[in-house]
Design a protein around this ligand. Structure first.
Ligand SMILES: NC(=O)c1ccc[n+]([C@@H]2O[C@H](COP(=O)([O-])OP(=O)(O)OC[C@H]3O[C@@H](n4cnc5c(N)ncnc54)[C@H](O)[C@@H]3O)[C@@H](O)[C@H]2O)c1
Length: 248
């Protein structure tokens, strides 16, 4: 087991990529704190994991709110005694153009996608420093590297900012045994991508060398690698999970 007895926080765990990450971590022996604003989904997942004899705690929390994040981290530490891994996966997308996007949409995307990971990282750092061990993995997006024509203009910048946050924290926290990395997925089949019409879906698949959409598990296995000791000499890296669509 690659994460035996490690304690991991996974944000946005109620569905999609976050849920897949939670399952992969449980499979590898971690105790997982499932964090999301969707309380019902979280509790259902916790029950499913416990039925399979995994260990999980569900904590309802809006990652954009520093006070809620502080309470969430205290609860996880109170439950499991330490925090080894933080996966900042919670994210939202808005559609539109520079003319149609609202100021509220811009602010909310930045608050969840960029300030959320900042809040969560800040809240776990003292514990990780005290342990001399920590792994932070940020779920970014190809849009942070290439931009994106359909998402409202805040989404790509929020993810580009997240990549810069990963690299900044990787430099600042390396002396304390804390590694900070990211993954940059493209076209993963979740509710976030369910709105694509058939023609757009086909065009996206046609442009991917591996000729399929990604699965949440494809991202989860890459996050597992970065969170595990297999990535012992990697920090400040953003790994593409995109079927070869962008090779950079
Ligand atoms: N699906 C894709 O094609 C794709 C591609 C690139 C990047 N991503 C990124 O992957 C991550 C997960 O995406 P997904 O496709 O699974 O999306 P999703 O919408 O299916 O799941 C996102 C989860 O985050 C939760 N969430 C939203 N706001 C929150 C908040 N303020 N606090 C706590 N939880 C919150 C939601 O309730 C939901 O459970 C996101 O960061 C997204 O930007 C997805």
């Amino acid at each position: 087991m690659k994460l035996k007895d490690r304690v991991a926080i996974v944000t946005g765990a109620a569905r999609g990529i976050g849920k897949a990450i939670a399952w992969v971590f449980v499979r590898e022996g971690a105790k997982v704190a499932l964090v999301d604003v969707e309380k019902a989904g979280l509790e259902a997942l916790q029950k499913e994991i416990e039925r399979g004899e995994g260990r999980a705690v569900a904590v309802s929390c809006d990652v954009s709110k520093a006070s809620e994040v502080k309470g969430m981290v205290e609860r996880v530490k109170g439950t499991y005694g330490r925090i080894d891994i933080l996966v900042n996966n919670a994210g939202i997308i808005r559609r539109g153009t520079i003319e149609t996007v609202t100021e509220e949409d811009w602010d909310r995307v930045m608050e969840v996608n960029l300030k959320g990971p900042f809040n969560c990282s800040r809240a776990v750092v003292e514990t990780m420093k005290g342990q001399g061990y920590g792994r932070i993995v940020n779920v970014s997006s190809i849009a942070g590297k290439m931009g994106d024509i359909t998402s409202a203009p805040g989404y790509g910048p929020s993810k580009a900012g997240l990549d810069a946050l990963s690299k900044t924290l990787a430099r600042q926290l390396a002396p304390y045994g804390i590694h900070v990395n990211g993954v940059a997925p493209h076209a993963i089949e979740t509710e976030m991508s369910a709105e694509w019409l058939p023609e757009r879906r086909k065009a996206i698949i046609d442009a991917i060398p591996l000729k399929r959409l990604g699965r949440p598990e494809d991202v989860a296995e890459t996050v597992l690698f970065l969170a595990s000791d297999a990535a012992a000499f990697i920090t400040g890296e953003i790994i593409d999970v995109n079927g070869g669509f962008l090779m950079d």
